[in-house]
Design a protein around this ligand. Structure first.
Ligand code: FMN
Length: 305
């Protein structure tokens, strides 16, 4: 990869701005045989919780027009097993390692971060805030600015590494949430997570997904994700990491033009595990064609009017 693709996001040096998105690239190590991990800017590992979780009943995935609905239910081996068994193998593979963290109460998040603080090789934390706060009547952290601020401030107090807050698109306006995260001490924000969705089997009159609702991702959501990344990037000074339906280098360029400093690639990994590598190369070729010396020259260059 050429030096024009190199970026730094909240102090983390990436060889290129393309990162594999959480929940779509396992713990990274499973992809060692499938893709050259050294060519990927970063990997966000599967969401990590305090204790192991079994996840939701099958079916967990359903393909839609240009997209996919999932309700995996955040199945994972728990933060301690990740730190002991997966992280040592992933460390040194090349990409920056981002730990995606979730929980159902503020102290679930702080506990996961506390465990990871003792582990070597994690570049930053990405907080998945699209979870209900079971101590506050099940209100989602991602849909209540006060809950979001409380969570981010609490994690900020225990984390020495950068904290990235991953916002949900399931809100009327994204700006207040982007600003709440920034004001509470986030080093960056990432968006979008999936859109709450429903697929129905007309024959059985049942949902196609075992848990009922699921999250829509993939190319179908890209135009909405681009709009939200643009709005969020205009509202904050901290870096924005954009995602939602990115499938090629030009898609990635569009997110950078909308104001993102880096991008994540999720659903595309399901049909091509080498997607992040391919997309990084395609983006690099786009920069060359555009005669841009650095990927930074593309960030936030949308000519809206
Ligand atoms: C199967 C699946 C599992 C996911 N698991 C997580 C997760 O554990 N934590 C998280 O923050 N986002 C999770 N996501 C959301 C993705 O990281 C990403 O935000 C979303 O899919 C939009 O990007 P895409 O259209 O490129 O997939 C998951 C998405 C999919 C498809």
């Amino acid at each position: 990869m050429s030096s024009r693709s190199a970026v730094s996001v909240c102090g983390i040096a990436l060889s290129n701005p393309v990162i594999a998105a959480s929940g779509t690239y396992g713990y990274g190590v499973e992809f060692k045989r499938l893709a050259d991990l050294g060519e990927i800017g970063g990997i966000v590992v599967k969401g990590l919780s305090r204790e192991p979780m079994d996840g939701n009943p099958a079916p967990r995935l359903y393909e839609t027009s240009s997209g996919m609905i999932n309700s995996v239910g955040l199945q994972n081996i728990g933060v301690r097993a990740f730190a002991a068994e997966k992280l040592p193998e992933l460390r040194g593979a090349g990409p920056a390692i981002f730990a995606n963290v979730f929980g159902y109460a503020v102290d679930d998040y702080t506990e996961v971060v506390r465990v990871l603080e003792d582990a070597e090789g994690v570049a930053a934390y990405e907080l998945n805030v699209s979870c209900p706060n079971t101590k506050h009547g099940g209100i989602y952290f991602s849909t209540d600015c006060a809950l979001l601020s409380e969570l981010v401030a609490a994690v900020r107090r225990v984390a020495k590494r950068p904290v990235i807050v991953k916002l949900s698109p399931n809100v009327a306006r994204i700006e207040p949430f982007a600003c709440a995260a920034e004001d509470a001490g986030a080093d960056a924000i990432s968006l979008v997570n999936t859109f709450v969705a429903l697929a129905i089997d007309a024959e059985t009159r049942r949902p196609r997904i075992g848990a009922g609702f699921g999250g829509l991702s993939g190319p179908a959501i890209k135009p909405i994700a681009l709009r939200m990344v643009y709005e969020a990037a205009r509202a904050v000074k901290i870096p924005v990491i954009g995602m939602g339906g990115i499938a090629n280098g030009i898609d990635a360029a569009e997110f950078l033009i909308a104001g993102a400093s880096a991008v994540e690639v999720g659903t595309a990994n399901f049909w091509d595990p080498e997607s992040p590598v391919r997309i990084a190369r395609e983006l690099d070729r786009f920069l060359e064609r555009q005669k841009l010396a650095s990927v930074r020259d593309l960030v936030g260059t949308l000519k809206m009017n």
